[in-house]
Structures are given as C-alpha cells and as structure tokens.
Design a protein around this ligand. Sequence first.
Ligand code: F6R
Length: 636
Amino acid sequence: MISMVDSFEKISCTIFPDLIEGSRFVAQTIAQLIKEKQQKKEMCVLGLATGSTPKTLYSELVRMHREEGLSFKNVITFNLDEYYPIDRTAFQSYHSYMHRNLFDHIDIDPANIHLPNSDLPKEEIKKHGAEYEQQIEDAGGIDLQILGIGNNGHIGFNEPRSSIYSKTRLINLENSTRLANSFEFATIAEVPRLAITMGISTILKARKIILLAWGPAKAPVVQKAVEEPMTELIPASLLQQHSDCLFVLDEAAAADLTRNKSPWLTGDTEWTPKMIKKAVVNMALKLKKPVLSLTSTDYNDYGLADLVVEKGDVYEINLQVYYMLRDSITGWPGGKPNAVIPAHPERSSPYPKKVVIFSPHPDDDIISMGGTFQRLHDQGHDVHVAYQTSGNIAVTDEFVTRFLDFAVGFEEIAGIDTKTSNDILKKVSSYLSRKKSDQMDTPQIRAIKGLIRRGEAKATCRYVGLKDSNIHFLNLPFYETGTVEKKPMSEADVQITLELLQEIKPQQIFCAGDLADPHGTHKVCLDVVFEALRRLKEQNQPWIADCWLWLYKGAWQEWNIEEIEMAIPMSPDQVIKKRYGIFIHQSQKDMVPFQGSDAREFWQRAEERNANTANLYAQLGLTQYAAMEAFVRWHY
Ligand code: F6R
C-alpha cells in the first residue's frame, strides 16, 4: 500500500533513534549477506566508504568478527575514493583509515582489498580508473555499496554536476568539501585538492546500495536527495534511479523530511501543544507574518485545516502559541526571586541557586551561553564552571612556541636558573620544527597546549567575576588521544564527573546539548553527564530530584525556534561584553587547527547566531531584542 510518506520520499528511508542502532542494523545486513554467500560458496563484493559516518559500522563489524566469529574470508572490497595526491601511509589517507578502522582487525585476505591508487602519476590515473572498473566487473560486480553523503550532496567524491554517466576518475574537490574534511588535517591548506573517485554510473551498477547519514548537519541535504526532483546538482538524488537503495538515518539526519518537519502533511497528527507550536511557528516564519496575524486562510493554505477543525478558533490557536513563545523569554535564567510566575521557565526558589555550567572545550561556556553565564553570576547565584576536556589539540605550534619563549625570558628576568626550561624549549622547538602534518604532539607539548587553554578559560571566568575556587578542570581522559579521533566514554570519565556533582550538589546544570554530533567530543561530554546523573538518581541522592538540566547548543547550531524553552535576551552592551569574553581565548583566534567547515571566527558565529534568534522572535511578533541565547530543558 502506498502511504502519504511515499508520495514525498522517492528513496526508502529507515530511521533509527541514533547512529549506534543504525550502524548495528547495517552491520547485520552486511553480515547476513556475507553468510548467505558463504553458504553458496560465493565471494561477497562490498563497496566501502570512509569519513566519520561509517566508523561505528566498522567497529560493529570488527566486534562481530571478534565475538561472533563473522569471517571475511569470502569478502572482496572496493573503496569509493582516495585523496590525490597523498602518501598512502599518511594518517589522513583513506588507505590508512580503512586499515585502522576495519582491515587490520578482521580476517580479510589482503589481496581482496582494493582502493584507488594515489601513488600513480597524474597521466596514469585515467588508465587506472578503467582498470579499477574492470576489476570490479571481474569480481562479479558490487553486491552491496555503502555510501555516506557530503553536505553538498556528493556521494563518493562525485561533487555537484558530476554526470550520471561518470566513471572512476580524478575529480577536483569543492572548497566546501575540503573545509568539511579539514578537521582531520592541521589546516585547510593541507587538504588535497583532488581525489580519485568511483563515478556515479559505477555506484549505480551496485546491486544494492545503503547510504548512511547521521546528525543534524546532514538533514537539509538528505531531504533534498530524498524528496526533491533528481538533479546532478545533488548527486545523491541520482540514487532515486536505483531500484534497491535504502537510506539509513538517525533522527537528527531525518529531521527535515516532510514526515518529521510537517507531519500533518503525511498523515494523522496528534495535536499536542508542542506539535501545535511547531506547526504554527513554521507557518508564521514561512509566510513572514507575526503569529497573531495568521488567518484561517493561512492555516488552510499551509495544510493545517485539520488543526483548525480540531481546535475550532484560529485566533485561540494563535494566542496559545504566542503565550508559549512569550513565556519562554526571561532575563532571570536562575529564576526570579520572590515572584510567582506560573509559566516562568525556571523556579523562583531556592534563590540563589548553585549552578554548574559544563563546557566541553575551554571556551564553549562563553561562546554559547556567555550572556546567561554573566547574568547568573550578576544575579547572585553560586556559579561553577566545569571544563570537561583540555582542548589541547586546537592550539597551533606557533602559538605554543610563543609561550615557551616567554617562559624562558621570564626566568632570565627573574634570575632563575634557566637550564631546565631551556632544555625543554630546545627539545620542544626541535620536535615542532621537524613535525609532519600527520604527526602527534609529544605528551609534554600537549600538556603545555592544555595549560595555555586553561589560562584562557580562567581569565574568562575572572572576567565574568568568578572566584578561582569555582573553576574546575576535569581533563576527561577520553579526549586525551592527541588526535581528532577520541576514545569512547570510560568509567574514569563518569567517576570524575560524579565526584564534582556530589561535591557541589547543584540545583541547576547547563550542558552542551549536541545530541547527535558525529565528530564526537560534545556528544561524549554530554553522555558522560547523562550517565553520571542517571547513577546519582539511581542512588536516590536527595538533592538530585531538585536539580534541573538545561541544554545549550555548541558552537555550530542553534535550537529550532519552536524547541526553545528558555530564551535569555541580551542588550547591545551585553553583546559587546560577551564578545570581549570570547576574545580572551587568543589561541582560538585567526588560524585554529581542526576548525571544520565554518570559516568564521567564534565570536562572529556566536553574534550572528544570537542576533538571529532575537530576529526570529521579533518576526513572530515578540519584542525585538539585540540578541538572545537559547536553552531546552532536559528531563532525565
Ligand atoms: C568517503 C566519501 C564521502 C563521504 C562524505 C561524508 O569515502 O566518499 O562521500 O561519505 O563526504 O563524509 P562524513 O562521513 O565524514 O560526513
């Protein structure tokens, strides 16, 4: 039976609560295929992808090999792509990636592994491409092709405008792709400009295709690929042509599909207050009208006739949504003392409150909630900040050398024997001067880089007005790998967090609520706090029942306007004060290593984002503030 969802979605989608469950599902599909082929004594030909998306899939396959005896003896693999040029032993090459994440841990025959060869001179790549295609055919064609999707819709490295007839070839990478992948390289300049990739026609020849996408950043492009007409401008949309293609998504990546964004268009909707707010706010923004000016014609045109039938009066619905928006705005993030305001986002008592702000990196507190942080302190709350990780990989070598020069110079001025520090400086400087882009810092250099960031965090807290005893550096061990790849959450991470919470016993907690962040650090930091709170609750700690958890978004995105439960306005002066607070993080200005795809500086991102929230509230018909920070309450 054709459902309403099918009339929007031109590619089948299966949606899982998170990437772990989605990856498990795909791993099981692969395992089943391998076993079926084993029984028939046939080889199983897999097309494989790299990037952050399939990492959990590969670790699940490795687990199945180790714990369940899944064998890869009958598996032949062809990878989609490889940078060009790149030394295949470099950490960032897809050759290294595949060995590190999969091949080194399973029993595949090395002769059955194929990746495009980046060692060849440019003139030979054309021939190599044809040979690669031939090798795939000789192996019997690809049984199952795994894909990720780029923010620009690329599959493999087939950038927008790649032809549906394209074959394995050399391709020029778009700047947006190089930026998106630059988090693995020290700087954007080091990301190769070219890549060898299977073509779209090569991919479409696979008998079955599964594309994976996780996290909110992929939501817009997933929607385009799945629901909009096929176009070479969104290469993944060309998969609509394939007869056996499945998109496996987590909830965040599926958020923009019509079934989620406007569920009333795809079937029966339960009109909860939250759903009403979502529908009306999105309609008002789309029509560029204040909520209180929406008419019944607007409701009909926007597909919300059902809502009007159920609730009766349009103006009543408008008012209900207007009040919800109005009641989310407050200048009192810790609650307004001695006031009875039933719909206020926070409780009036106890007052003042003990507050813990968890900051994944040493600057997320000021970047994402600097105005609120300042208000909480100014309104007399006992504010603590817990910096969860050292943030040591995001300091340039040039920056650390400056500090070392200072340290030696300082000792000379102070008349201290400089032998030891001079030795350190010599050792560190000579290591840094020889350091290659894929080489890790020594533990000593990492410690010094961590110290620099710690100094900046402390200075920011003092700028806000905090006592040193309220500043906590947790240095969670999961982060300390020296590379962009982090370890999973461990018992030690949870224990450190538990101890801090036990010591402070806060009534209010703020956390970076990046619930689906495939690159990791923020997500692990959040999971650690969730786990600590879960255990404290299980232990029936008396204070925990009275402790509210608020989530702010990390540096990249903001909550959707309809999700916001507490919006803290900022005056123009407060915006400037926050900007200077962000400036204190000097190591993060200008050229930050592993910055990712957004080239703006952190203060610019923060200001644009906070002004945007204020503008959206104003567009909806509420008071126009200069800026606003936004929070969602999490019930744990
Ligand atoms: C990787 C590849 C690319 C990635 C895409 C998404 O072999 O061909 O198409 O799948 O760039 O990358 P991540 O997963 O890092 O977001």
